[in-house]
Design a protein. Structure first.
Length: 121
């Protein structure tokens, strides 16, 4: 079981590294992680990579995704020195974009899970 998780993790890491390699060779205005995930998506669509090969680790990452958003948002609200550096209009944009990103991710994942019929209650 653990070997399966490690294999799935290395597939995802491999596509991340492939994205970094492409970013170095080709000047694409996208982050390497986005390039790697787009390549993984294309390989999944083409059937080169089977969904079962990355499903468990991907589900684990999606389940814990909100934890990645909490520290930057909490730091924004806790830090009083940020108000001195940023103007209120920039602060408003940061707050709205953070909330939009959280909600957009949650709604998209819930829609996808409902569409695939994998939603557990």
């Amino acid at each position: 079981m653990r070997i399966k998780w490690i294999f799935q993790f290395f597939i995802i890491i491999g596509f991340l590294l492939l994205g970094y390699g492409i970013e170095i060779v080709v000047p694409i205005p996208l982050p390497a992680s986005v390039i790697g995930m787009l390549l993984l998506f294309l390989f999944l669509l083409a059937g080169v990579i089977k969904l079962e090969w990355v499903e468990k680790v991907s589900s684990f990452h999606l389940k814990h995704l909100p934890l990645l958003f909490i520290p930057p948002i909490a730091t924004l609200f806790i830090s009083s020195s940020i108000f001195k550096v940023l103007q209120w209009d920039i602060m408003l944009v940061l707050i709205v974009s953070s909330i939009s990103c959280l909600l957009g991710t949650a709604i998209t994942v819930e829609w996808y899970e409902n569409r695939k019929g994998r939603r557990t209650k």
